[in-house]
Design a protein around this ligand. Structure first.
Ligand code: ASP
Length: 319
């Protein structure tokens, strides 16, 4: 697993643990994904380099990924069974463990910005129409639901429907996790984590995934670590992934890398789930484990250039 350490700031992000299959990954597609990941990491780095907070950096990088149609968050979100988009997102900071989360929003261009506002309110989580009523009061950017449309995701929905899958778009051959997530540690040692997604293709019944759930998809606590997950959400919820990794680190049971490896391979996998995560601990250790074939990811350490990777051992430095 990738493991780096930084005395100063550090940031790591993912664009989902379900990459294109290796044989579908043309040089042009690979480059397109890498540049988008690098752009997001640079947006976060700019904040951290100017001594900004981990929270601001995580939100800035997450917004770039939401605006990028290649990933399943914001523009480019997957389709529900009804051919619409319902977005989940969550955000947490590690100093006071303030958190904000939204689920099933349909008209918010950048759900992570709404999470920030929820975090600053007296509540932690808002859902659907209620979250949007709050967003309206706050003057956040609204869009029509078709703003999130892309032809690529439409095709995925048609494939899922044709396969008669009433459940989630998931098969051994094609894992379609495109959720985005960011973790950051600033020069003051504060941690933050952000996660944003359209969920799973062909989802029904207002299904809510792990990305909306503090303690499952997202966690940040300066006493242990910050995490953002991607994968088959049901299994991540049932494993309370983010909170249990953090507890394991906090109580000195495992190092960050060991804890992530344990939760993915000994807890999530036996239930039938796969995916990955980006995580950073209070000492600035950064890990990015996954048990899928690949995971879109990028990371940057204090004063250093941004790196991207998609499969294993294919790091590229972006000067
Ligand atoms: N974890 C997300 C969900 O289950 C999917 C993803 O990671 O792309 O909603």
């Amino acid at each position: 697993m990738d493991h780096f350490q930084s005395e100063g700031y550090a940031l790591a992000l993912h664009g989902g643990a379900g990459t294109l299959l290796k044989e579908e990954m043309t040089a042009a597609r690979e480059q397109e994904h890498r540049l988008a990941l690098a752009r997001a990491a640079k947006a976060g780095q700019r904040v951290l380099e100017a001594n900004g907070s981990a929270l601001d950096a995580a939100v800035a990088a997450c917004k770039v990924l939401e605006d990028e149609p290649l990933f399943n968050a914001g523009k480019g979100a997957v389709y529900t069974n009804e051919g619409k988009h319902e977005l989940d997102a969550s955000l947490m900071e590690g100093a006071e463990r303030k958190a904000g989360a939204v689920s099933g929003v349909q008209h918010i261009a950048n759900p992570i910005e709404l999470c920030r506002l929820v975090m600053e309110s007296e509540f932690v989580m808002m859902e659907g129409a209620g979250a949007e009523a709050f967003a309206k009061e706050q003057g956040i950017r609204f869009v029509e639901n078709d703003y999130f449309d892309t032809s690529y995701r439409k095709l995925q929905l048609e494939e899922a429907r044709a396969a008669g899958s009433v459940q989630l778009d998931h098969s051994d051959k094609r894992h379609k996790y495109g959720t985005v997530g960011v973790v950051a540690r600033d020069r003051n040692g504060n941690l933050a984590a952000a996660t944003s997604t359209g969920g799973m293709t062909n989802k029904q019944f207002r299904r809510i995934g792990d990305s909306a759930l503090i303690g499952s998809g997202t966690w940040a606590d300066n006493r242990s670590c910050a995490l953002s997950t991607t994968g088959y959400g049901e299994f991540f919820i049932r494993s309370a992934v983010a909170a249990r990794v953090a507890a394991s680190v906090e109580f000195g049971v495992r190092s960050l890398g060991e804890a992530c490896d344990w939760i993915l391979n000994d807890e999530v996998l036996p239930l039938g789930g796969d995916g990955g995560m980006v995580a950073i601990d209070l000492h600035g250790n950064v890990v990015m484990p996954f048990n899928s074939s690949g995971m879109y990811r990028a990371w940057v350490l204090d004063g250093k250039p941004v790196n991207t990777a998609i499969f294993r051992g294919d790091h590229v430095v972006h000067e």
